[in-house]
Ligand binder design. Structure first.
Ligand SMILES: Cc1cc2nc3c(=O)[nH]c(=O)nc-3n(C[C@H](O)[C@H](O)[C@H](O)COP(=O)(O)O)c2cc1C
Length: 188
């Protein structure tokens, strides 16, 4: 028998996304978000939810753009740090020695050392409550050769993205591949 655990954001796992923005003076910033994910295929869009209290929130509203940076588990400490410090007080790029690169498509920076980056133009802003959901249209995705697979997408096993478990607040790496989508179900 199942037990009610209340109205909880119990989705496992969520991705760990690092959002790149510029503030009003042009200072680049990075902030970690676990409430986010793909929300449309055509046009390709990603949704990320930020509280108004974050520095990044005002940056996205002002610049109408952000980048989504995917870090590998080798950069776990940085991903965690970007989610604890605020760009109001610190320059998180220089503190971690990451090189800010200005996107040539949108008014937002990304980290040169990060293996995968999505450049997003703000398309919708949805006030949900504590969080504001920003839907960004992905104008381009840029990936390091080293993480590429053979189908023009990054290979998840090379990328080794960081996963997040709500509740326990722990980070995980991806496990083994357990089947091919749109295929294994044919056996039923
Ligand atoms: C694993 C992790 C996930 C987080 N997810 C979110 C999130 O989805 N939305 C949010 O508003 N803050 C989230 N945070 C907290 C922000 O990253 C944190 O408030 C950060 O200091 C904001 O940076 P900024 O003030 O430079 O924008 C998360 C932090 C961590 C460590």
């Amino acid at each position: 028998m199942k037990k009610s655990i209340g109205a909880k954001t119990a989705i496992y796992p969520t991705p760990v996304l690092v959002i790149g923005t510029y503030d009003k003076t042009g200072k680049p910033n990075l902030a970690t978000v676990a409430w986010g994910g793909v929300c449309c295929s055509r046009p390709p869009c990603v949704a990320v939810s930020l509280r108004k209290a974050t520095y990044s929130h005002a940056n996205i509203v002002a610049r109408k753009a952000f980048t989504v940076n995917i870090l590998s588990v080798a950069r776990l400490a940085e991903a965690d740090y970007y989610g604890m410090a605020s760009g109001r007080e610190e320059n998180k790029f220089s503190r971690t020695g990451v090189t800010p690169v200005k996107s040539d498509l949108v008014d937002a920076p990304y980290g040169k050392e990060f293996p995968l980056v999505l450049e997003c133009r703000l398309k919708h802003t949805v006030e949900l409550g504590l969080h504001t959901q920003f839907v960004g249209e992905i104008l381009d995705a840029k990936a390091d050769e080293a993480v590429m697979g053979d189908n023009e997408y990054p290979d998840i096993e090379k990328l080794r993205p960081i996963l997040y478990a709500p509740g326990s607040q722990k980070y995980y790496a991806v496990g083994e591949c357990v089947g091919d989508a749109f295929s294994v179900g044919k056996s039923i």
